[in-house]
Design a binder for this molecule. Structure first.
Ligand code: MN
Ligand code: MN
Length: 330
């Protein structure tokens, strides 16, 4: 017997992928989801805000570019043997309202929007925008997960640790989301894994906060030397803890993802990053994701949409992690 779809996609044989309103992955708009596909498991929304950047702006156009490149996303994952749309109800919730003039206000505006999306069980996948937007989505994901004491665990892909206290006199920017999240109690640094960190840095102090707070750091070079040893140990210890996955596209080598505002040379290839996400899904059983994002896509520096296309596929891999978990639970 054929399984009933949890997400109803347009038939690509009847409605071509280059036509129609451009939603992420051609998933339905949140308000258009039919009764049989409710409650929605994941609401995907854009955070078109980039006033928190320390270098080149433009990621406010990231959500649109990712949606455009996501039109060619197909629902069947070969490696996981997973038909994503049969296990998860997915919907595009549009873009959050933003305040482009204040990073601190914006984080409140986006958190309020994200807290109100879908049903109580609906999880959040944010498309950025700069990394300051993660503070907002983290707040909302933490609240929606029942506000666990001590905060959420986190799997963080990035060239940077993003735990700078003050930048140019400001406490809120894309360099600071995780120090603020720890202070607010929505993120537990001792259950935070940062993968792909690389230099050069402004000073050795840039890593001090993360080290003192017990963040597990896996630099890109360390991953090259030891493989996934430290990552695997972290994931095995993580168990079923509610976890947020954040993916800063600048962890990818700019040779593969040039469209970003603070590029760092010598990171993951596209293939390495996708393989690593598949590994995260399987090494210790799929982690209990309660929220996620893909951020820092800057279309005006992109080449042929390659960075936005990768971001769309990273979002798909993240959804497949939860898809695997759901399939296992049934
Ligand atoms: Mn970042
Ligand atoms: Mn970064």
């Amino acid at each position: 017997m054929k399984n009933e779809p949890r997400t109803i996609l347009p038939n690509a044989r009847l409605t071509p992928r280059f036509a129609g309103i451009c939603t992420f992955g051609r998933y339905p708009l949140l308000e258009d989801v039919v009764e049989s596909c409710r409650p929605v498991d994941w609401a995907i929304f854009g955070a078109p805000f980039d006033s928190g950047v320390t270098y080149r702006p433009g990621t406010r156009f990231g959500p649109r570019a990712i949606r455009t490149e996501s039109q060619y996303l197909k629902p069947y994952h070969i490696e996981h043997d997973l038909m994503l749309t049969e296990v998860l109800s997915l919907a595009d919730a549009g873009d959050s309202p933003v305040n482009p003039f204040s990073c601190e206000t914006n984080a409140r505006v986006i958190a309020d929007f994200a807290k109100g999306l879908g049903d109580a069980s609906t999880k959040l996948l944010m498309l950025g925008g700069d990394h300051s937007n993660t503070l907002a989505t983290l707040r909302a994901a933490h609240a929606r997960a029942g506000a666990p004491r001590g905060g959420l665990a986190m799997i963080h892909f990035d060239s940077h640790v993003d735990t700078v206290d003050m930048t140019l006199g400001e406490k809120y920017s894309h360099a600071s989301p995780f120090i603020r999240a720890v202070e607010e109690g929505v993120l537990d640094p001792q259950r935070m894994l940062s993968i792909g960190v690389k230099g050069p840095l402004n000073t050795p102090d840039d890593l001090r906060y993360a080290r003192e707070k017990g963040v597990t750091l896996v630099t890109y070079e360390q991953w090259r030397r030891e493989g996934t040893k430290t990552i695997d140990a972290f994931l095995k210890k993580l168990g079923d803890d509610p976890t947020y996955l954040t993916f800063d596209i600048d962890c990818i080598d700019p040779a593969f993802a040039p469209g970003t505002g603070t590029p760092c040379l010598g990171g993951f290839t596209s293939a390495e990053a996708l393989a690593l996400l598949r590994h995260v899904a399987t090494v210790a059983g799929p982690p209990n994701l309660v929220g996620a994002d893909v951020v820092e896509v800057l279309p005006d520096r992109d080449v042929s949409g390659i960075t936005a296309l990768l971001a769309a596929h990273v979002a798909f891999e993240i959804l497949c992690i939860d898809g695997l978990r759901r399939r296992g639970a049934r």
